[in-house]
Design a protein around this ligand. Structure first.
Ligand code: GLP
Length: 242
């Protein structure tokens, strides 16, 4: 069952999702957070940073694992997810950088990197709360629509639709990396709790398919309907076709 929380707008979505993450960290200060990139979670991170600065939140004992990373982008590239997480979240809070984890996009040995990152995820001893965005085609992390659900960390070839959607962040479409490392669906589904967020009219068709359609690897996020504790927090625009 996927619980659905409908919010007025992007800010309302961001605050509600930040409230859930904040409650998680307050109740379990050494939580393992599964974190996501993309434009949707930015408001959540901003809200959490604000609460941290007010002294309401403490990340000193939190550990984190991110979902994914482009292959071939160095950490200092402003579109690498390493850079994104530091700029938009980590450097503003008191999380121990040693306790934050992402796939190493510069490790071109795909097999080796997937095995290494799978071990990192395993070594966390379970993700307490996994935050997710959703791609226009239903991808979570970089689990693109496919014939099957991938269990573990793997290297994916990005679809044309994802490359086009992400081209806005690069100088040109040709600069968007073609491959990425991502946690698998099995690892995402192992999280104790999942929070998926969506905002804006562009996400309305995929949320309709997610909520009303079948569970299928062609809409990777649909598997969340089989998760025992998954919640979608989405605004009016994103839910306008539901
Ligand atoms: C990217 C990320 C996903 C993200 C999705 C949607 O490709 N790998 O983790 O959920 O796209 O991004 P946005 O929130 O910007 O719509």
């Amino acid at each position: 069952m996927l619980k659905v929380v409908r919010t007025r707008d992007y800010d309302d979505m961001s605050r509600k999702a930040a409230n859930v993450i904040s409650a998680q960290v307050i109740l379990k200060p050494d939580s393992v957070l599964g974190l996501a990139t993309g434009s949707t979670p930015l408001g959540i991170y901003r809200t959490l940073i604000g609460w941290y600065q007010k002294g309401d939140l403490d990340f000193a004992h939190v550990r984190s694992v991110n979902l994914d990373e482009y292959q071939g982008l160095p950490r200092e590239h402003d579109q690498s997810y390493y850079y994104f997480m530091n700029e938009n979240f980590f450097k503003h809070i008191n999380i121990d950088p040693e306790q934050t984890h992402l796939p190493d996009g510069m490790n071109m040995d795909a097999e080796g990197e997937c095995a290494r990152y799978h071990q990192v995820v395993e070594s966390m001893g379970g993700i307490d709360l996994q935050l997710l965005g959703i791609g226009n085609n239903g991808h979570i992390g970089f689990n693109e629509p496919a014939e099957d659900f991938a269990e573990r960390v793997h290297c994916v070839e990005l679809t044309e639709s994802t490359i086009r959607a992400n081209a806005r962040f690069f100088a040109s479409e040709a600069d968007v990396p073609r491959y990425a490392y991502t946690m698998g669906i099995g690892e995402i589904m192992s999280a104790k709790r999942v929070l998926i967020v969506a905002s804006g009219k562009a996400k309305a068709p995929i949320l309709r398919d997610l909520i009303h359609g079948p569970v299928t690897p062609h809409v990777p996020a649909s598997i969340l309907k089989f998760h025992p504790d998954a919640t979608l927090i989405a605004d009016e625009d994103a839910l306008s076709l539901v």
